[in-house]
Ligand binder design. Structure first.
Ligand SMILES: N[C@@H](CCC(=O)N[C@@H](CS)C(=O)NCC(=O)O)C(=O)O
Length: 227
């Protein structure tokens, strides 16, 4: 049975930086499921029209089509119950929802204010005008204004990351002794930032970098971030 994940790519096809796609890739790895990726760009909406919407990740698992990273995680949890659980138990699922909300409303925004101009520069040229228009409208600022305030944004991110540092000083993973979907969500955000940022978000020996490598190692994936 074929299993394909539509995965956002930059101008360089090997640059796979979408935080939501990383969640799906880690969830597939957690469930021990092999898959192929189909590189996708913002202007390739027609390629995923079959999913009934216009964003990635989209998973095609045999004859099943699932769009949206959360729906993909829930689908994998239900379809592959004998593989390790993505949430652990019912409280784990509820706590993971908090991690998702915090990541999307706080962490993603903080990283975006550093990397939006970098994303624009690394996209396929045919994607750039769309990306600029949609992101400038969403953030109510130009990419140039965001670039001018990059240093402040980096300081703000360091503050926002403090609870993560504190957590990983106490325990090896967000979910405890081994990673689960809560780790995948935050991993996706930091993978996005690390892959696309033109300046390091944190040093290579930072506990967050070590945690990211430990997550990758858990799934037998190489320490570098590749698709
Ligand atoms: N809620 C969705 C969000 C997915 C999403 O925003 N994906 C971005 C890439 S990171 C996308 O495909 N954007 C298309 C666009 O902005 O047109 C999920 O969790 O999968």
């Amino acid at each position: 049975m074929s299993r394909i994940l539509y995965d956002l790519a930059g101008e360089d096809e090997s640059l796979r930086f979408s935080p939501y796609c990383w969640r799906a890739k880690m969830a597939l790895a957690h469930k021990n499921l092999a898959y192929d990726t189909q590189p996708w760009r913002f202007s390739d909406k027609d390629q995923i029209a079959f999913s009934g919407q216009g964003k990635v990740p989209v998973l095609v698992d045999g004859s099943t089509i699932v769009a949206d990273s959360q729906l993909i995680a829930d689908y994998l949890e239900e379809a592959y119950p004998h593989e390790p659980s993505l949430y652990g138990d019912a409280p784990g699922r509820s706590l993971t929802f908090f991690v998702k909300s915090w990541t999307e409303r706080v962490l993603h925004r903080a990283i975006a204010l550093i990397v939006l101009p970098d994303i624009h520069a690394k996209l396929a040229p045919r994607d750039r005008a769309y990306f600029r228009a949609t992101r400038e409208a969403a953030f109510k600022r130009t990419l140039e204004d965001i670039a001018t305030h990059r240093h402040e944004a980096q300081i703000a991110l360091a503050t926002i990351l403090q609870p993560l540092h504190a957590t990983l000083e106490q325990q090896p993973f967000i979910a405890g002794d081994s990673p689960n979907y809560a780790d995948h969500i935050i991993f996706g955000a930091l993978a996005w930032g690390r892959l696309i940022s033109s300046t390091p978000l944190f040093e290579a020996n930072d506990p967050l970098a070590r945690w990211m490598d430990a997550v990758l190692e858990t799934y037998g994936l190489p320490a570098g971030l590749t698709a």
